[in-house]
Design a protein around this ligand. Sequence first.
Ligand SMILES: Cc1ncc(C[n+]2csc(CCOP(=O)(O)OP(=O)(O)O)c2C)c(N)n1
Ligand SMILES: [Mg+2]
Length: 727
Amino acid sequence: MAEPIDEYFTATVSAMAASPRKRADDQPVRDDTSLTTRVCLALFDVALGSRHLDLAARWLRAQGKGYYTIGSSGHEGNAAVAAALRPTDPALLHYRSGGFFLARAAAVGGRDPLRDVLLGMVASVDEPMAGGRHKVFGRDDLNIIPQTSTIASHLPRAVGVAFSIARAKKLGVACPWPDDALAVCSFGDASVNHSTAVGAINTAMHSAYQGVPMPLLFVCEDNGIGISVKTPRGWIEHTYGNRDGLRYLDADGCDVAATFDAAAEAASWVRTHRRPAFLHLRMVRLMGHAGSDYEPAYRRPEEITTDFDRDPVLRTAELLVNQGALTPTEVVERYEAKRANVIELAGEVGDLPQLDSASAVMKPLKDILEEAVAAYPASLAAAVRSGDPDAPLTLALAINRALHDILDRYPEAMIFGEDVARKGGVYGVTRGLLGKTSSARVFDTLLDEQAILGLALGAGLSGLLPIPEIQYLAYFHNAADQIRGEGATLQFFSDRQYRNPMVVRVAGYGYQKGFGGHFHNDDSIAAIRDIPGVVIASPARPDDAAAMLHTCAAAAKEAGAVCVFLEPIALYHTRDLYDDGDDGWLAAYPTEGVPIGRARTYGEGADLTILTFGNGLRMSLRVAHRLETLGIGVRVVDLRWLAPLPVTDMVREASATARVLIVDETRATGGVGEGVLAELLEHGYTGAVERVASRDSFIPLGDAALDVLLSEDTIEAAAIKLAGGRA
Ligand SMILES: Cc1ncc(C[n+]2csc(CCOP(=O)(O)OP(=O)(O)O)c2C)c(N)n1
Ligand SMILES: [Mg+2]
């Protein structure tokens, strides 16, 4: 079915009168603009390409060959934003910024971007960014970082990229963006209300307010609607038009010349002042939200058709005709020539191969983990030692020392989060790090977990090695999408061309005696455990913690891995294991590295194998100690890595006794134990198995916490029952 906007364009242009004037190509295309006719013609060509891609998307869909029909129609003016920037300015784009993508590609040359966008629509393996995994605007040599479908989730990352331009230079770290680059991110008018966007804009302003360089251009592509919900008239201007610390510029985004001028002014201001600006472009949305969207269900017919006259492709054509740069006939010829070009390409790509197996789909994930496993430092003897190598350390001190060493080992490493710098962390884990290095590498952030993780996402992309801290596990959930949707997916959706290495330290788990209630004793990691490709370290002992932190840093650095490092708060300052004063939970700094996916076994008991981690390790060792006096021989296995699980070690140690007790301090439902049980059974373990876990509850305040958290008594009773007549 012909699109009304398609027919309207041809009919309207055909009815125009040719102008007797003829502007020189290098003259402004209109008296009130700095946009030259030459550039305007180039932008018109880009706009035609973008429009015909949208039409081709529907054509492909109608034939059952295309999978993506969200288009850029009505937003083609964003091509002028690209023209006002430099191709070396990192860009994180709205899904309607097709004009921007094509304009930058045209400026840089190389691959045919029209074909590439079509390859994305048909999920072809030949698509150069995602390789058939998604339809994205992204290309490495264009410095366009691919986005996800989650609106606004790229904005915290954009803040991180903008922040990192100057920070990388300050640290002498090679950065993919030039010193005078600015970062640009675009988004819709509904998206700007998302807390992720609001938080990112706030973070940018908060940074700039303190004089931290923040060369970030926010571009709001305001078409007045989000799917079917109208943005209140004037809302964007009302909200962002007058914010101290955020330069506001606006333009009619349907007028390519006005858009170019405003974008050029905004870019020049951001580049010079290294402060954030907000460019508000008023646009229209043509052809609905997506191919599947039936617009008349929520918009009156005249509302839809009124926008036809604001169509930026039509308006650009009109401008070029009025100035004598093209005749109406030439416009229509170009329009039809572009259609023919795009449809021909679309016809070519429709039957190209798609990903055809799970292994093909998952290759980036497999490669990340393989490289991550290979990356650990086998010996830590050469690590720069920041203290007496033989001194017994608590868990907190061991992590602290490892962080010192990692700062020495990796000049690109940065440690940041709430309270990590001056205070040295709520539990003192990062104490003294600031004094050892500069505030450029160890710093306090504002109180916003999305911003902390977004900073890490952008910093990792920019050559830095971010080690953000989330103060409590409960508050990871507050910002989980920055890892689940953004961090963990980047290598997958860019076929590993973009990486955001990081080690996210998260203080968590229960058993803080007499302190905190649920939000300081959260025992659920279900929201992390199922994320493909993410490495989860869960150390319990001081020596393991230090070695595993080194491993995570290496995995992040070498494989670009996203590593989550779970620190059991209750063990931070624990000294004893069996008896008061035995110092059994202290350990010297490790000399050997710990590979990802390798467990550690304590004892050789032949009657029972306990598989556990975190606080469960200490509780299990204590239980095992008591069972020994009853004549029950127990071996206790610390899993250490919760993703990937140490399956080989688990099965071997389980089979050695054929009686397995899984000791899991996380919740029974969705807890780690479920995965351990499944892996054992799927990998050939045939013996007896029992599982004890914490209850499916939130953690109450005070001693009542012990009623729902897994206890030593429960472990002991289950162990004795399972070991049966051995006692
Ligand atoms: C976090 C999130 N919630 C919901 C959606 C579903 N969704 C996709 S686009 C969209 C509307 C966005 O409107 P706007 O920001 O104005 O952009 P436009 O499509 O108008 O250019 C919604 C709700 C999403 N992608 N992400
Ligand atoms: Mg909108």
